[in-house]
Write a protein that binds this ligand. Structure first.
Ligand code: NOJ
Length: 887
């Protein structure tokens, strides 16, 4: 065996990830503003009480009941950061196998090899398999949202699921719906689908369906309130910020997409780094036990975000099921708050066996639910190196080396889906005098470094943490490596070979006088990402460049508009920008938002620019005239304060267009806006009441049975290291030395350990709230209340095009609740309609869509039903309900 000193370990020691690390555990909480509560909720509801998971739980129960204590704790935790990123010897608890097993992922759990339960490979990201070769770099979530196309949202999920499976990942760490996009400057909004819960929720549900149909567990993240990057993490000097969210706002905005994901059967949830109402998300009993697992009936596993695990017993009791990547939040020396510590906590009686059984069962049930017991491929890549051979334990000081990459190509024809998404997301905001589409014969000059791929290569910057060349994605963990990059300038040159390209962001001084028909295409960008990297002084959030184009892009447009009378602006951006310094310039005739297109940036754009297709993207957020059009709590990022940064959602439901409507502020371009080369008419709108509504949903069914195990503390011997077990320094194991295990068991047997259980702690399982009862909540919430139909006709003469139909709910005046003026509730996109062609489009509004969350009742109440005089109970009265709809 050849060994090498691991430079990975050394570089990690020096990396920013090591900084948040000195553990900050459970202590007195910092005070939060009055009115924001994190009520205790115990115990963790057992998983398995729903029919949709019945088979998976039956199989899981059969397997978990054969596991030893140390096997159960082993599968609920990672084996250490950078520890599984190679091929390494597979140490079985009861015997040593001679198999080489390869687990190269960003997160790797322990296993129960004796019973055939493998280590699980958890891999980023929400836009493709990260840190891997031969994969597709799909357009980002925000781009997918901008298509407003459900079929594409699903197709992208299917393609991505196939790639995760093909690479041997068990768990896909996406999609992201938190952040929702409350703050336009927030760093990771682009990983999700847009600043509206319904757009996020429907896109996420379709993505999850696509991924999980390929046998890969999808993870909805980050739960919850991760709306800003700076100050998100707990560190020795400061807790992560507290997102202070009231109960109604939580339910109607931020929780909504998570509920949709759970309704779609998502297998995993990742908690957020920050706190909510003063309590860290990774150990928040109200959020995990109460809302996620009881009210929303979540049956899968809840994992921590990386290195956000700050308590052992408390997080287990609060409902966390998996600690990722296994270490304490100081990951340097191979310590964990779970693994061997969880084993000890069960033996000494602090963590009830009942909770550990449920944790292990949830992990195994998710694995069975996706059919991963049948021929799921083993990982065949390394996130650590592109070399064929590399470190088998990258984070060990001395690591053996061996084969770590098999270069399996999983791309298939997924570039087609990627290109279609990139193309159908392109959003035309302005097209004066129908400058677009261009003809191939147009005399064309192109300006801006964003038009050409980064000259050092598309993957030159680690985790894309730079903004050089065309911006195809933001930065951080939410990225994938480009297999190639089809950049706009190459695609334009394929159409207009004698295009003049000025690869600069400063307008050249030597431009002559262009002819009046010459077209200038100006490329600008705005980037953002994860707080683990700072790019051009932006700390994840856009705290430095704010809502201006990077690299002086706004100036570049102004200068081009002074010279050329036909300027087309192409914007690659993570989110909204303020366009006021040039948008009304008469020479700026056309503006296209191409969002973050991924690898297919070129042809997707030229197909639109040159009129092969009409643009059909629509904005997934509003573009305001000024950043201050939003209230302070939205417009500004939180800056440093001593103690815990308090981010209070004082605007309540009023973010993005909800806020603008409330304040009667006209945006520059509205949420949902997007032009086409053709025009559409909408005719014959009809609304049909489908399910008669009662004031609240009908009573839920009682919970079904859940697995039953012995709750006795197991024998200490179940925790002993196997004899002659060779350990690797820094690798996290779940076993204890016999002396340690015996000592812990003696404490447990004597009952002398008095763990300081949190306020409100109880072990008696609850019946569950009335708002619960199924995956995502009370099943009747998804009853279709109304069907809305409309005929869409392409009324233009020259171009085919796709139309976006969006249904917004408007309550009648006089509702007993304060409600936003309008709220998106459903959307559909037509097929490509030729001139004169029509299509009938049907949209559906559910009971939940027409309900508000009543904080007193702790239930979804349909005020329309109340106004119609309907009593409680399904079918107590028949409609019509008093709602108005806008098309
Ligand atoms: C931290 C990020 O917040 C999360 O989205 C990601 O999945 C994990 N790191 C793993 O890389």
């Amino acid at each position: 065996m050849v060994y090498r000193v691991s430079a990975v370990w050394l570089s990690f020691l020096l990396s920013p990830l090591a900084l948040p690390a000195l553990a900050r555990g459970v202590g007195p909480r910092d005070p939060v503003p009055a009115g924001y509560h994190a009520e205790p909720y115990y115990p963790t509801p057992h998983g398995g009480w729903l029919d949709s998971w019945r088979d998976a739980y039956a199989k899981a129960e059969a397997l978990v009941s054969q596991m030893t204590l140390a096997e159960k704790t082993n599968i609920t935790s990672g084996v250490g950061i950078y520890m599984g990123k190679g091929q390494y010897w597979d140490f079985a608890p009861a015997e040593t196998t001679t198999d080489w097993v390869h687990r190269p992922c960003v997160g790797n759990t322990g296993s129960a090899d004796r019973l055939g339960f493998p280590q699980l490979c958890l891999q980023d990201s929400a836009l493709g398999v990260s840190s891997a070769d031969n994969v597709t770099a799909f357009p980002a979530g925000i781009t997918t949202g901008a298509t407003w196309d459900k079929a594409l949202m699903y197709a992208r999920g299917v393609a991505m699921g196939k790639e995760f499976r093909g690479k041997g990942a068990n768990v896909h760490l996406g999609p992201s719906v938190g952040p929702l996009g409350r703050k336009p400057l927030g760093g990771r909004n682009w990983e999700g689908f847009g600043a509206d819960p319904v757009l996020q929720g429907k896109a996420a549900a379709l993505h999850i369906k696509g991924v999980q149909e390929q046998g890969v567990i999808s993870t909805i993240k980050h739960y919850i309130g991760n709306e800003q990057e700076m100050f998100r993490m707990y560190n020795p000097f400061q807790p992560g910020y507290s997102a202070n969210i009231d109960d109604r706002t939580l339910h109607e905005l931020y929780l909504w997409p998570f509920a949709e994901a759970i309704h779609a059967g998502v297998g995993a949830v990742m908690t957020a780094y920050n706190a909510v109402n003063g309590s860290a998300c990774s150990q928040h009993s109200h959020l995990i036990n109460g809302i996620l697992k009881d009210e929303l009936g979540f049956q899968g596993l809840v994992m921590s975000d990386w290195l956000s695990h700050i308590s052992g017993v408390d997080s287990a009791l609060a409902g966390l099921d998996m600690n990722m990547p296994g270490d304490t939040n100081i990951p340097l020396f191979g310590f964990s708050l779970w693994q061997y510590e969880l084993t000890r906590s069960v033996l000494n009686g602090s963590v009830p066996m009942d909770r550990l059984n449920d944790m292990a069962t949830r992990v195994v049930a998710a694995w069975y639910k996706m059919g991963q017991d049948k021929n799921h491929p083993r990982p065949n890549f390394s996130s650590n190196t592109r070399d064929k051979n590399g470190l088998l334990y990258p984070a060990a000081v001395f690591s053996p080396i061996g084969q770590v990459n098999w270069f399996v190509n999983v791309q298939d024809d997924h570039y087609l889906v990627a290109r279609q998404v990139a193309q159908d997301a392109i959003t035309l905001l302005k097209n004066d005098g129908n400058l677009l589409p261009l003809s191939n014969a147009s005399k064309t000059s192109v300006f801006g470094t964003d038009a050409q791929v980064n000259p050092s290569g598309p993957n030159a910057c680690l985790n894309r943490a730079c903004n050089k060349g065309t911006l195809g994605m933001g930065w951080g963990s939410g990225v994938a490596d480009y297999p190639y990059f089809d950049d706009p300038i190459s695609a334009i040159k394929r159409r207009v070979p004698d295009v003049k390209f000025h690869n600069t962001d400063t307008f050249p001084s030597n431009i002559g006088t262009p002819s009046s028909d010459e077209v200038a295409i100006v490329f600008i960008s705005s980037d953002a990402g994860e707080n683990s990297f700072t790019v051009e002084n932006n700390h994840g959030d856009r705290d430095s460049d704010k809502l201006a184009a990077w690299h002086g892009g706004d100036k570049l447009i102004q200068k081009a508009a002074e010279k050329y009378s036909n300027v087309v602006v192409v914007v690659h951006t993570v989110g909204p920008l303020i366009l006021e310094s040039w948008i009304d310039h008469p020479s700026v005739k056309a503006v296209l938002f191409a969002h973050l297109p991924g690898q297919e940036a070129g042809e997707s754009l030229t197909n639109v620019l040159f009129g092969d297709v009409s643009p059909s993207g629509h904005l997934p957020y509003s573009i305001t005239k000024s950043a201050t059009d939003y209230p302070d709590s939205i417009a500004n990022l939180k800056t440093f304060t001593l103690g815990q940064v308090q981010d209070t959602y004082s605007e309540g439901l009023y973010i993005d267009y909800r806020s603008l409507h409330k304040q009667s502020i006209k945006p520059r371009f509205a949420f949902g806006h997007g032009l086409s080369y053709t025009t559409f008419t909408f005719s014959n709108p009809t609304i049909r009441a489908v399910t008669p509504l009662s004031l609240v949903p009908p009573p839920r069914a009682p919970k079904g049975p859940t697995p039953s195990y012995s709750t006795a503390i197991p024998a200490a011997s179940e925790a002993y290291y196997p004899p002659n077990f060779p350990t690797i320094w820094r690798y996290l194991y779940s076993w204890l030395r016999p002396g340690e295990a015996d000592a812990a068991a003696a404490v447990g047997a004597a009952g002398t350990k008095k763990y300081p259980y949190p306020a409100g702690y109880s072990t008696a399982q609850r019946a569950g709230p009335a708002a619960g009862g199924g995956e995502g909540g009370n099943p009747a919430l998804w009853d279709v209340a109304y069907e809305v139909a409309v005929t869409v006709t392409n009324s233009g003469a020259a171009h085919a095009g796709k139309a976006s139909v969006q249904a917004y709910l408007q309550y009648p005046t006089g509702m007993p609740y304060d409600v936003p003026v309008v709220q998106l509730r459903d959307f559909e996109k037509t097929r490509e309609l030729g001139p004169g062609e029509s299509q009938e489009v049907v949209l559906r509004l559910t009971r939940k869509d027409v309900s508000v969350w009543d904080v007193e009742a702790q239930h979804w109440v349909a005020p329309g039903a109340a106004a119609a005089g309907a009593g409680a109970g399904r079918g107590a009265d028949s409609n019509p309900n008093n709602f108005e709809f806008k098309l």
